[in-house]
Design a binder for this molecule. Structure first.
Ligand code: F6R
Length: 607
């Protein structure tokens, strides 16, 4: 949440900062700002809206400046406006600060600073940092930053400059990601590795309460007491062009089309000599056999992947499984014992609530296993074991390929648990694995002809609301499908277990109201069909996701979107792809920004 970049070196800073900031726009795009070190002090430009507006507004800034910081904002404290855009400055305009996170005690700090004579110019929590640094500055920015951080409660990734220290950027972090690297031409800092990786593949991921000082000559690190430290370095091993859109109209469509590859990569190396292998779990077969309760903790789309896992783990391994949104779990008093396995699912690996929940679970004695897409992310580092989903960088704010990676990874976990409980034998596991692998080709089949999906989307594009219904695993697919629709097209969409319709939601139906029904072949297909009939009888427009060869469904549905025949357990993998394409097609019809929907950000690093 919020993107931060900084550069100090031999080259002009402005273009480097803008290029890198644009890579972080997925973290927020309410406003953007830049501060450059110049011979006349700090030059600051801020604009409402996307980075492109800022680039335009910065045409006259100093092209020779070789040190600067910049920010793209997702508003927490203070509405999106130019005054609330970062960087924020001290009263004397000598300190500039960009911040990602929340300073929780900002109100109290602000009151004190105002009483001491400081004048505030924004409604943000961040501005207190600029004034604190000003207050403690005695000719050494690093010491002033350490003193300021001592007063702050909350989460922060900070980059700070002082007009009296040309070429210097001071960096601090607690609970918000910060990555630093030294390239050939200078030092780079950002809140995501993609904005540093072009300059260097050797990066430092700052830990909580570690500080860095960047100058054109190099970088140094210290702890809160000012003692020099040598932080861990990490190697970035993916290709930069994976984050380019190429000829695709948007990242979301590109990423949807990458899903067959994600399935294949996630499964690669998992079947060794006919046996399922997830070494990263770091649990012996005995320890696995000991597990008697599973909690899946996640948010948003990742939570929906967890709902699918519940069904599979309970069905195959017969282990009671709870799925909880992390923001609730962390404030409850969940029943955790040493035989509880907590599985944290997070694309970004940095979602604040999920991170807090696993910290709490570990304190309570659970083994925590992470499923994430980001190597070296906080959740990966703080889990006892981790599966990486192999989706590679996901740029579109709406998750697609990472969701499929999560579902496939969780399916493997469910199979492993079933294997360790002797609920599935080796032959059964092999059959399941083969069928799971087949879903890659089935997704390709869906992607090869999307005309029916586009026609259905065209027919529903003017709707204000939609209902998604399904039973069993199909209902979980509906939750995810409805989330996709509302987040990128702003059509109000709700998902219900189809049997619940007559307990309330059916009152919403009227002539032409879209009902998306996932009615694939399963033992409860006929029940879903009855619910479709009930909706149809009330004038609803039915868009059905059904299994190829179903010759009944056409009698009830206005549009039928077929998926290849697949075992019910794996149906969410293919049916979800149809609903991703459906949501995207509606968003495109409505002229929405598919990749960067309003009010959202890809990484949610605040509570
Ligand atoms: C929706 C979406 C979000 C995320 C949620 C959790 O398309 O992407 O709902 O799933 O914010 O994020 P992660 O998975 O990074 O913890």
């Amino acid at each position: 949440m919020c993107g931060i970049v900084g550069y100090t070196g031999k080259n002009p800073a402005k273009d480097i900062l803008f290029r890198n900031l644009q890579k972080l726009e997925y973290r927020g795009y309410d406003s953007a700002g830049i501060a450059l070190q110049t011979a006349d002090g700090l030059q600051v430009v801020r604009r409402l809206g996307k980075v492109a507006n800022l680039v335009q507004a910065s045409a006259d800034t100093d092209p020779t400046s070789t040190c600067g910081i910049a920010h793209t904002r997702w508003a927490t404290h203070g509405r999106p406006s130019e005054a609330n855009a970062h960087p924020h400055r001290s009263c004397d305009n000598k300190v500039a600060v960009c911040h990602n996170g929340i300073v929780e005690n900002y109100a109290e700090l602000r009151e004190r600073l105002v009483a001491e004579g400081h004048t505030f110019r924004s409604e943000t929590d961040t501005e207190v940092v600029a004034h604190l640094v000003e207050k403690y500055y005695r000719g050494d920015l690093l010491s002033a930053a350490r003193a300021a951080v001592r007063e702050m409660i909350g989460a922060f990734g900070l980059v700070i400059m002082h007009a009296d220290e040309p070429g210097t950027i001071v960096v601090a972090r607690k609970d918000s990601p910060i990555v630093i690297g030294q390239g050939k031409d200078g030092c780079y800092v950002a809140s995501d590795v993609i904005a540093v990786a072009e300059a260097t593949r050797d990066v430092v991921v700052l830990e909580d309460y570690q500080f860095a000082k960047l100058t054109p000559e190099g970088m140094s690190f210290c702890n809160g007491d000012g003692q020099t430290i040598e932080p861990e370095h990490m190697r970035v091993d993916w290709e930069i062009d994976e984050t380019e859109r190429g000829n695709w109209p948007d990242f979301m469509l590109k990423e949807i089309h990458e899903q067959p590859r994600v399935v294949r990569d996630t499964l690669k190396g998992r079947m060794v000599n006919g046996l399922l292998s997830i070494d990263e779990l770091e649990l012996t077969p005995d320890e696995l056999g000991f597990i008697d309760r599973v909690y899946v903790i996640a948010c948003g789309t990742s939570y929906h992947a967890g709902l699918i896992a519940k069904d599979l783990i309970e069905n195959w391994a017969r282990i009671p499984t709870e799925v909880e949104v992390a923001s609730e779990f962390r404030y409850r008093n969940p029943i955790i014992t040493p035989s509880t396995l907590v599985v944290a699912v997070s694309q970004s690996g940095e979602t604040a609530d999920t991170l807090a929940a696993i910290r709490d679970a570990r304190i309570r004695g659970a083994k925590v296993f992470g499923i994430t897409n980001v190597i070296g992310s906080r959740i990966a580092r703080e889990s006892d074991g981790v599966i990486y989903t192999k989706a590679k960088k996901e740029v579109a704010v709406a998750s697609t390929k990472s969701f499929i990676g999560q579902v496939v990874s969780l399916t493997l976990l469910a199979m492993l648990l079933a294997q360790s409980k002797n609920r599935l034998n080796t032959a059964q596991i092999r059959v399941l694995f083969r069928e799971l692998a087949d879903t890659a080709g089935q997704i390709e089949e869906i992607l090869s002809d999307t005309k029916a999906i586009e026609a259905a989307a065209h027919d529903c594009a003017d709707a204000q609301s939609a209902l998604y219904i399904g039973r069993g695993l199909a209902s979980t697919v509906c939750y995810e499908g409805a989330l996709k629709l509302k987040e990128i097209s702003y059509v109000h969409a709700e998902a219900y277990a189809a049997g619940e319709m007559k307990h309330g939601p059916i009152a919403l139906l009227h002539e032409g109201f879209p009902v998306v029904a996932v009615a694939t072949q399963s033992p409860i297909y006929d029940k879903t069909l009855s619910n479709i009939e009930e909706s149809k009888a009330r004038g609803a427009k039915i868009v059905a996701v059904a299994t190829e060869g179903d010759d009944q469904i056409g009698k009830y549905a206005d549009h039928v979107l077929f998926i290849p025949k697949v075992r019910d357990a794996f149906m969410p993998i293919t049916a979800s792809v149809v609903l991703q394409l459906f949501a995207r097609a509606i968003a495109v019809e409505r002229g929405c920004d598919v990749d960067q929907p309003r009010n959202l950000a890809k990484s949610v690093t605040v509570e």
